[in-house]
Design a protein around this ligand. Structure first.
Ligand code: ADP
Ligand code: MG
Length: 246
C-alpha cells in the first residue's frame, strides 16, 4: 500500500480580482508530492509558481479545489487556524531572505519559536542547533547587514527549520546569490532533504539548481505542463534566457 502524499492538490485554483476583471494564476491544478521528495518547480515569470507555494505553505487560501498538506485539509481552515498550522508544519525560504534588520542572526532564528509554548532555555537549544546545522553558529550575534547574501540565506534557512517542520518551501532561494554561494545553499538544502528527510518544494529559474531535485515540474499559465527531465529543463532555461535578454 502506498503512503498518503504529504501534499495533495486536486483541481486547485486561485483567482484574484484585479481592476474590473478576475485573473486566475492557478487553474485546476492536480499535484501529489510524496513525503521526503525534493521537487523543483520551474516556469516563466507570472506562471503561478509563487501562488502555488503560498497555497501549499498556508500563506494564502485557494479559491477552489482540494488541498491536503501534512494530513490537514487546509483549504477549509480559517486564517487564524492556518497561521497556527503553518507555524508547526512549514518553513518558508525567500529569495531576498526576509530577515528582520534590527534583530541579530540568533534573534531572527528565534522568532518562530516565540509563537510556541517554549521556555527560554529550550528556545536557546533549538536556535543553537539550527544555526550549527546551517554552519553559521559563529555569526549568531551579527545583524543581517553584517552578513553576506549567502550567510543571510543560511540564517533564513535556520529560521525556516528551527521549528522542525516536515515541509520546506523555497521561492528562488538562490535567485540573488553569486554562483558559489548558490552552490553552497543548494548543497545545504539537499542535505536537509536527504539527511533530515524534509520534503522540499523549491521554485527556481536555474536549471543547475533544479538539477539537485529528484523531480522537476513545469508550470505554464497556471497549469502543470509535461516536459519533465532534461528536455523540459532545457526548454524552460532557454525561455528564461530569452526573457532575461529580451
Ligand atoms: P510566478 O511566481 O510564477 O512569477 P506568481 O504566482 O507570483 O507568478 O503570479 C502569477 C500571476 O498572479 C501574476 O499575473 C501575478 O500578477 C498574479 N498575482 C499574484 N499574486 C497576486 C495578488 N495578491 N493579487 C493580484 N494578482 C496577483
Ligand atoms: Mg514568483
Amino acid at each position: 500500500m502506498s503512503e498518503q502524499p504529504i501534499i495533495a492538490c486536486r483541481r486547485l485554483s486561485k483567482s484574484y480580482r484585479k481592476g474590473g476583471g478576475v485573473i486566475t494564476p492557478l487553474h485546476a491544478l492536480d499535484l501529489d508530492v510524496r513525503r521526503g521528495e525534493f521537487v523543483a518547480l520551474m516556469g516563466p515569470s507570472g506562471s503561478g509558481k509563487t501562488t502555488l507555494l503560498n497555497l501549499i505553505a498556508g500563506i494564502d487560501r485557494p479559491t477552489e479545489g482540494e488541498l491536503v498538506v501534512a494530513g490537514a485539509d487546509i483549504a477549509r481552515f480559517s486564517r487564524a487556524r492556518l497561521a497556527d498550522w503553518r507555524s508547526v508544519n512549514v518553513g518558508y525560504v525567500f529569495q531576498l531572505y526576509n530577515l528582520v534588520p534590527v534583530l541579530t542572526a540568533y534573534e531572527n532564528v528565534e522568532l518562530p519559536l516565540l509563537l510556541r509554548p517554549l521556555g527560554r532555555r529550550e528556545r536557546h537549544t533549538r536556535v543553537q542547533a539550527a544555526l550549527s546545522l546551517v554552519g553559521i553558529a559563529d555569526r549568531h550575534d551579527h545583524y543581517p547587514r553584517q552578513l553576506s547574501g549567502g550567510q543571510e540565506q543560511r540564517v533564513a534557512i535556520a529560521r525556516a527549520i528551527v521549528t522542525d517542520p516536515a515541509i520546506l518551501v523555497a521561492d528562488e532561494p538562490t535567485g540573488d546569490l553569486d554562483a558559489d554561494s548558490a552552490t553552497e545553499i543548494m548543497r545545504l538544502l539537499t542535505r536537509l532533504n536527504q539527511e533530515l528527510g524534509k520534503t522540499l518544494v523549491m521554485v527556481t529559474h536555474d536549471a543547475g539548481c533544479a538539477s539537485y531535485a529528484r523531480t522537476r515540474l513545469f508550470l505554464e499559465k497556471g497549469v502543470l505542463v509535461p516536459g519533465e527531465g532534461a528536455r523540459g529543463t532545457a526548454r524552460v532555461a532557454a525561455r528564461v534566457a530569452q526573457e532575461v535578454h529580451a
